[in-house]
Design a protein around this ligand. Structure first.
Ligand SMILES: Cc1cc2nc3c(=O)[nH]c(=O)nc-3n(C[C@H](O)[C@H](O)[C@H](O)COP(=O)(O)O)c2cc1C
Length: 401
């Protein structure tokens, strides 16, 4: 994959890594870890991404500890997941792509049944998503969680063969709950002004950076904005990005929204309520979704490049590569982003729809993704694994089960 130096298809660096191009498959929870273990379908999903031409593919949400799970069928970092993930990276590498594992902790919106305990968060708070009131993490919890992030990152690179780990600091997950003034109301040194709210995420970032060695990349996914009043805004996101650069991170992926309050801020467009109701296994949640789904899930209209303006401001404030995410659909948009100085372009739905979109774009077969962002792939997470429900339009794999 060669091209002019500022071509999206030219080789580039992500910290210590050499990637064949600037395209990243972003983390999208695949729902392909039955019993919390990587399945053959998960391996195949990412092998197809690698064959399809991305420079790096990101395996979604691996919780660093059991108490950070949001679904029963989700991975948490432990020795049992290593053989399956090693098979995954062994399948991705020969196809020319690097592999990244997203590490996070759901904090206050962890599922009590999956987590096996009462959720913890930055501050005690009722979560309308799980209908549970979390307890505040103690300083002892924060030490344990920092060690969990370090152990998970070590497992990812040393046992599973990942080239990079992505710390999930956005979307209202635990580290994002510490950054957000909405969820972090602590009076101790881990709360208050942005310096205090940054303390725990920075502690994690530094510890992971130090632990996994200089030959692997550590990146973070952060919010440009939480997407509601009194949440984190782009002015603070700029400071978060600068602090993470100073902490030694190799790159940033920019997103937005809070799963527990504004879940479609990160996606925009239609809410697949009917599909979500059909696929929700829990009766209470199914009924709640049916009755109140549209009321509780604010709608945000879809437009291409929906984070571009805010992302430009963060990109201009840091020197490490920044990836543009959110509604990237066309080759012209990808080229524009790279020419403006975005180090990478990340995509989710267009690659679920058509894993070989990069290869087809580079070959001149296509100039735009045919994905209509209907968001029905989101409902599929609970129904046997993500897939495009319009496979006739794309080249995504049909689900075998
Ligand atoms: C089915 C699905 C699952 C997702 N799961 C995750 C996830 O586990 N972690 C994450 O950071 N973002 C997740 N996202 C959000 C995407 O990473 C991305 O921010 C969003 O899809 C917007 O990018 P796009 O317009 O290229 O699809 C998910 C998105 C989809 C469609």
């Amino acid at each position: 994959m060669n091209g002019p130096a500022d071509s999206p298809f030219a080789p580039t660096r992500l910290g210590p890594l050499s990637l064949r191009n600037r395209l990243i498959r972003t983390a999208c929870f695949e729902g392909l870890t039955p019993s919390g273990l990587p399945s053959d379908q998960l391996v195949e999903h990412h092998r197809l991404m690698a064959e399809g031409g991305v420079g790096m593919t990101t395996v979604a949400y691996c919780s660093v500890a059991r108490d950070g799970l949001t679904f029963e069928h989700q991975m948490h970092a432990r020795a049992e997941i290593a053989p399956g993930l090693k098979r995954l990276t062994d399948a991705v590498h020969p196809a020319g792509a690097a592999a990244c594992l997203q590490l996070g902790h759901a904090g206050y919106f962890a599922s009590p049944s999956a987590a096996g305990t009462r959720p913890l968060g930055a501050s005690p708070m009722m979560c309308t998503y799980t209908l549970t009131r979390c307890r505040a993490a103690s300083e002892q919890d924060l030490e344990r969680l920092t060690a969990d992030f370090v152990a998970a990152a070590r497992l990812a690179v040393q046992e599973c063969g990942f080239d990079a780990v992505e710390l999930h600091m956005g979307h209202g997950y635990l580290l994002s709950q510490f950054l957000s003034p909405y969820t972090n109301r602590r009076k101790d040194r881990f709360g208050g002004d942005l310096e205090g709210r940054l303390r725990f995420p920075l502690q994690v970032a530094r510890a992971v950076r130090e632990a996994i060695g200089a030959d692997r990349a550590v990146i973070a996914k952060i919010n440009l904005s939480d997407g509601f009043a009194k949440g984190l805004d782009v002015a603070e996101a700029i400071e978060v990005a600068r602090a993470l650069e100073a902490a030694g991170l190799d790159g940033l992926v920019l997103s937005g929204g809070f799963v527990s309050k504004t879940p479609f801020y990160m996606l925009r467009g239609d809410l697949p309520v009917a599909e979500m109701v059909r696929n929700e296994p829990k009766l209470l949640r199914r009924t709640g979704l049916r009755l109140f789904g549209r009321m509780f899930v604010p709608r945000h209209d879809y437009e291409d490049l929906f984070f571009l303006d805010e992302a430009r401001r963060v990109k201009d404030a840091v020197g490490i590569p920044v990836s543009l995410l959110g509604g990237v659909r066309t080759l012209a948009q990808i080229e524009q982003a790279v020419s403006e100085g975005f180090g990478f372009v990340s995509m989710g739905r267009p690659l679920i729809h058509m894993p070989d979109l990069p290869r087809r774009m580079q070959a001149g077969e296509l100039t735009a993704s045919p994905c209509e962002p209907c968001n029905r792939c989101v409902a599929e997470m609970e129904a046997g694994g993500i897939r495009c429900t319009h496979p006739e339009l794309g080249s995504g794999p049909a689900r075998s089960s």
